[in-house]
Design a protein around this ligand. Sequence first.
Ligand SMILES: CCCCC/C=C\C/C=C\CCCCCCCC(=O)SCCNC(=O)CCNC(=O)[C@H](O)C(C)(C)COP(=O)(O)OP(=O)(O)OC[C@H]1O[C@@H](n2cnc3c(N)ncnc32)[C@H](O)[C@@H]1OP(=O)(O)O
Ligand SMILES: CCCCCCCCCCCCCCCCCC(=O)OC[C@@H](O)COP(=O)(O)O
Length: 377
Amino acid sequence: MGLLQLLKSQFLCQLIICYVFLVSGLIVNLLQLCTSPLWLVNKQLARRVNVKLGYCISSQMVAALEWWSGTECTLYTDPQSYPLYGNENAIVVLNHSFEIDFLCGWTFCERFGVLGSSKVLAKEQLSYVPIIGWMWYFLEIVFCKRKWEEDRRTVAKSLQKLRDYPVNYWFLLFCEGTRFTQKKHEISMQVAESKGLPKLKHHLLPRTKGFWITVQNLRGTAAAVYDSNLNFRDKAAPTLLDILNGKKFHADLYVRRIPLESIPEDEAECGAWLQRLYQEKDTFQEHYAKTGRFPGPTVSPPRRPWTLINWLFWACLLLYPLGLLFAQLLSSGSMLTIVFSVALCFAASLGVRWMIGQTEINRGSSYGDKEVPLNNN
Ligand SMILES: CCCCC/C=C\C/C=C\CCCCCCCC(=O)SCCNC(=O)CCNC(=O)[C@H](O)C(C)(C)COP(=O)(O)OP(=O)(O)OC[C@H]1O[C@@H](n2cnc3c(N)ncnc32)[C@H](O)[C@@H]1OP(=O)(O)O
Ligand SMILES: CCCCCCCCCCCCCCCCCC(=O)OC[C@@H](O)COP(=O)(O)O
């Protein structure tokens, strides 16, 4: 292990990264809250300000991936579509098998200049996660309960609000609805069988309603669907803790641009279209499993310095007062203050660990792992 790698694996370094993330995140959340009156006066300006503020938070996690862990990203895509990325609104359909797939998604957003404004159809539970969930509230992220009776109205309403968003965005949809586990895969393939659909090897059966409602509500606003497949070289399955430990990975992303006009408007036809898309996605994943690459030409969009500059800014701002506080604490000699400070640090570490836990598949929800009565034929 090299010296740099040894340094990256040190708990103290990780503690510093988490401290900067936690404190700057809460400051940004507070600033976002302060924009509330602006929404009433100038909504488009409030949105633009929140995009910048959101960037201050999400780009720190991207910086951890790009600069701290040094993870590399290769994009497999058609060169004619490449110039459009970042210059139009798009719906991104991505496979959902990795704990850091959202972070890799963010990295690509960053490289095409849409990180601050990126959107997702997310499960409601994530809106309660401090910093990220609170940030999402001001970025007008669409939350769902994964209960169609309620979601069909609330999701459509939130999507309608995005029609006049003042900056380009990518709207991410994990149509599988939950992360891939062996058990969820078996159950969803039983559902596929009962619906007379071909079995998928690398994906869960997609849930079609969220896709249909998104396409219908963003028609005329989003120009295309970016069908995307993510994999890591050497069959790696990185975790957020790996990234904090500074471990390097290589992500491969395959993106096909599909004009939105080519997607059927009718709900049933649109659902069937999505099922066919997932059958194709499955063949791309199989191709990757066999050959270690996706079909077609590659580009490696370069990482930009802004994520690092943003992190350095917050680190300079927040580490100096921490140092002063630490020195004062030691010189005060008060046992009570020291014990209180240690307890506070311990509580903060537990909080961060809980947040990281939200990304872990083995702590994931039970959505999709219950047997369903198979009477859909
Ligand atoms: C290019 C690089 C990437 C760029 C990245 C861009 C942006 C980044 C932005 C942010 C990054 C942060 C990411 C955070 C990630 C958070 C993601 C999540 O939270 S994923 C979970 C939430 N999202 C979804 O669930 C979306 C997909 N779900 C749906 O669309 C659902 O339909 C729904 C709208 C949520 C409603 O769900 P509900 O369960 O109520 O209804 P369903 O229609 O799905 O279910 C009934 C239907 O399904 C059949 N069924 C039953 N069991 C199963 C099963 N196990 N598998 C499949 N299908 C099943 C059942 O028979 C019914 O069928 P039918 O429709 O025929 O009646
Ligand atoms: C700078 C770096 C500092 C890092 C330290 C702190 C990190 C805290 C990170 C908190 C991140 C919270 C964002 C969570 C995004 C999780 C995305 C996700 O993948 O959700 C799962 C859902 O799709 C489906 O859920 P399941 O049904 O599988 O259950």
